[in-house]
Design a protein around this ligand. Structure first.
Ligand code: C2E
Ligand code: CA
Ligand code: CA
Ligand code: CA
Length: 278
């Protein structure tokens, strides 16, 4: 049993080592990727539940890795956060999303607002504001058309820095959306203080609305809360017609999910818009 234990230990040990090695490699590649056009944004439409009209897109980052193929955030955001590259990635994302929005505007393509995810870690650093302002200035898009999506984890660890950043964001005039609403453990007190523009109901609740009356009650409750506070409410992860109908029924304003469209490349989104009109 002892030798087995030792064998197992060294197995785990080498397993761990090779995983660390792989991470180190990926981390160095990520540093390179950010400056060398390997990151790309895909855009997922958000539509009005009432009219079906597109009101916004959410920018979602992908990494076009030269040998590993298209990587999704789950495969590298954690690494970017651990290695301190997330700020750099965030700067790129804000700039690229604003640039793309300006480009669509210039070409007369109406896509509504642009939502960008900002990681909790970025709220620890005032430079976030500089890069945001720079992205707005360079693109010339009105601040009101940009929505910053933050998760409740930003608010749970609300520090003086993050508080001040959020206040400044409001002054600049960009929108603030609370992402994955209902999955964090923060109290609702922050809603009063922070006055976000938008709540995004997490897809775990939306998913279960067809089968689970508790989930239906929660989603209804969030829509009611948003209504009472005059906030816009977005349901994410809408995957079926049944879910769509329920959400429309209870007065949810905005819908996002595979039922409407997956996250799309720039070209695919433009094609999607054309197809819808015909
Ligand atoms: P999120 O902000 O909650 O984004 C929604 C995720 O759900 C996206 O995954 C999207 O592709 C996926 N999704 C959309 N509709 C559906 C649906 O109907 N069904 C299902 N099953 N999934 C759906 P994605 O693109 O893999 O992004 C995962 C997470 O990575 C995002 O979650 C966000 O937290 C983070 N992320 C993405 N882009 C960025 C970025 O530029 N910066 C930062 N800091 N985080 C990002
Ligand atoms: Ca989001
Ligand atoms: Ca979300
Ligand atoms: Ca999420």
């Amino acid at each position: 049993a002892k030798t087995l234990g030792r064998a197992r230990y060294s197995y785990f040990h080498s397993e761990l080592n090779s995983r660390l090695q792989a991470n180190l490699e990926l981390e160095q590649e990520l540093a390179y990727a950010i400056g060398h056009d390997q990151l790309v944004l895909h855009y997922q439409p958000q539509v009005s539940a009432k009219t079906g009209e597109m009101v916004a897109v959410e920018a979602l980052v992908r990494w076009q890795h030269p040998t590993r193929g298209l990587l999704y955030p789950a495969q590298f955001i954690g690494l970017a956060e651990e290695s301190g590259r997330i700020a750099e990635m965030g700067v790129w994302t804000l700039r690229e999303a604003c640039r793309q929005l300006a480009d669509w505007s210039a070409r007369g393509i109406h896509i509504g607002n642009m939502a960008v995810n900002v990681s909790a870690l970025e709220f620890r650093d005032h430079r976030l504001l500089d890069s945001l302002q720079a992205a707005l200035d360079a693109s010339g898009i009105p601040p009101q058309r940009l929505e910053i999506e933050i998760t409740e984890s930003v608010l749970m660890a609300e520090t003086e820095t993050s508080q001040r950043i959020i206040e400044r964001l409001r002054q600049i005039g960009v929108g603030i959306a609370i992402d994955d609403f209902g999955t964090g453990y923060s109290s609702l007190a922050y809603l009063k203080r922070l006055r976000p523009n938008q709540l995004k109901i997490d897809r775990s609740f939306v998913n279960d609305t067809a089968t689970d009356s508790d989930s239906r009650a929660i989603v209804k409750g969030v829509v009611g809360l948003a209504e009472a506070l005059s906030l816009n409410v977005v349901a994410e992860g809408v995957e079926t017609e049944e879910q769509r109908a329920f959400l429309q029924d209870i007065g949810c304003h905005t819908l996002q999910g595979y039922w409407i469209a997956k996250p799309l490349t720039v070209e695919a989104l433009e094609q999607w818009l054309l197809n819808r009109r015909t």
